[in-house]
Design a protein around this ligand. Structure first.
Ligand code: MN
Length: 394
């Protein structure tokens, strides 16, 4: 039989108290786990099963009362005593702690000589209770009112923070739009002059100069592409899409032909299954953009010799489009982030890929505007599969 030390979880933000309890209970053979606030206390308790939990009632985040109530709802802690430890000696403090779910109440300052005995009593089964059932009901009512007040305050705070973020996002959007317009003007004249040089209209170039000009041309092309997608994204967010009844394959067939050419140039096999679907209510150019973004993305990250499959699944109430590739796959921690505008996975495999990181954000935006959604499934190292579900009614 192994003699693992018994664990005691201590939720406390004061470092002197942390050290004191660590020393006193550590000296008695317990392993003391420290959490600085209520939320991390709950997280630690989920991970370990302590024999006892000490909670300072005045901690940041979820306070000690709320953390206790949350801890009491975790099934694996049933029967584990939770003991409040607090400097609050105001009337009713003890009862409030008990009604929140504590089994005992110890006053600060911590008494090093008594603490080990008190802890042992609770581990052995001591449970303090509120005196009468009526009193308990009153206390519970007051406690739930306090909880709702705190909740209300948090929601108000969040609303304010959210409004501020939206304003910032709007400013950022405007800044990006201005910036891209400002950059495009000088870029246009650069591109124009490069072209004039290329056509020999500004004199004859030596081979070295021509070569340098080629590099400049490629760079300006990349810049133009980046600017276009930036502008496109801003415009897209502001543009109102106009859904109307369309035949999906009127849009898809020419798009797939064009993308098949692109795939061939990349040495990737693009194969599309399905050529019929019932009519759908959707903005036609948005629809084209959505499917193009998903296939572009798959083509971009699939290595030469790989395969991208597009599957259409037509249901009475919705059209499902799935784009599968056998590229490098996406690590689980990125599955949500890849849909954020400007997000790019930083890795050796992706450094060479151009793009502003907007394709999937655009695709998601269009799907959501039409009441649809996009999800990704991916096994790292084995490929990815993007599924877009578009409700038929729009
Ligand atoms: Mn405190």
């Amino acid at each position: 039989m192994t003699d693992a030390p018994q664990k005691i979880l201590y939720v406390e933000d004061n470092h002197d108290n942390q050290r004191l309890v660590q020393r006193v209970l550590g000296g008695r053979g317990y392993q003391v786990l420290i959490a600085e606030d209520g939320t991390s206390g709950v997280a630690l308790a989920r991970e370990h099963t302590p024999v006892l939990i000490l909670v300072d009632l005045n901690v940041p985040g979820l306070d000690g009362y709320e953390a206790t109530t949350r801890l009491r709802s975790l099934p694996h802690l049933t029967g584990v005593p939770i003991v409040a430890l607090t400097a609050d000696d105001s009337p009713g403090a003890r009862e409030r702690a008990l009604v929140a779910g504590c089994d005992g109440f110890l006053s600060k300052p911590i008494e090093p000589r008594q603490l080990p005995g008190q802890v042992a009593e609770f581990i052995a089964g001591r449970r303090d209770q509120v005196t009468t059932p009526n009193e308990e009901i009153e206390l519970l009512r007051a406690y739930s009112q306090k909880l709702v007040e705190r909740l209300e305050q948090r929601i108000l705070d969040l609303n304010v923070a959210n409004a501020e973020l939206q304003e910032l996002d709007r400013l950022k959007g405007r800044f990006l739009a201005t910036l891209s317009h400002e950059l495009r003007t000088p870029l246009t004249s650069l591109v124009g002059y490069i072209e004039l040089f290329e056509r020999g209209m500004l004199g004859t170039l030596t081979p070295t100069q021509s070569e340098a000009l080629g590099v400049m041309k490629r760079s300006s092309y990349i810049l133009t592409q980046q600017l276009n997608s930036l502008l496109y994204f801003q415009e897209l967010r502001e543009r109102s899409l106009t859904p109307r009844l369309i035949q999906p394959f009127d849009v898809l067939t020419p798009l797939l032909v064009m993308l098949a050419d692109q795939a061939r140039d990349l040495g990737v096999i693009l194969d599309a299954k399905g050529d019929k679907a019932a009519p759908l209510v959707i903005d036609p150019s948005g629809f084209e953009q959505l499917v193009r973004a998903l296939i572009d993305n798959a083509l971009k990250f699939t290595p030469k010799g790989g395969r991208v499959r597009v599957l259409f699944h037509d249901e009475p109430s919705r059209l499902i489009i799935r784009v599968e590739d056998n590229g490098p796959g996406i690590a689980p921690e990125h599955h949500q982030k890849i849909f954020l505008p400007f997000f790019r996975i930083e890795s050796d495999a992706t450094v060479s890929k151009t793009g502003a990181g907007l394709g999937l954000a655009i695709a998601r935006h269009i799907a959501e505007v039409h009441g649809g959604q996009i999800t990704v499934r991916s096994t790292f190292g084995q490929g990815s599969s993007f599924t877009v579900v578009l409700p038929r009614a729009g």
